[in-house]
Write a protein that binds this ligand. Sequence first.
Ligand code: SF4
Length: 100
Amino acid sequence: MPKTVKRGDARKPCADYPLSTFFPDSESKGGKPTAGEAAALRVCGQCPIAARGACLEDALRYPLAEQYGVVGGTTAAQRRLIIRARRAASAVEDVLVEVA
Ligand code: SF4
């Protein structure tokens, strides 16, 4: 659960939906979101961009706590991809620093 922008925050669209909306019965493995995920993503799509970005960054900061469900406008599979991409970019940066 994000630490600064919580699902259930009265100013956020997700506050108007049960938590189960964001934890659908089936989750995609990385491809097209399931119908349940798509419904939750539509709710996140109503969230102000800055709030959604902060929500996503919090989820990425606590990947173990946020390894399931839709949060910050992403599915769990999408967050795993973002985390992998960031780790790869960081590894490239480390190499570039070593050779510089
Ligand atoms: S991005 Fe989604 S989960 Fe995060 S605060 Fe907005 S509506 Fe809620």
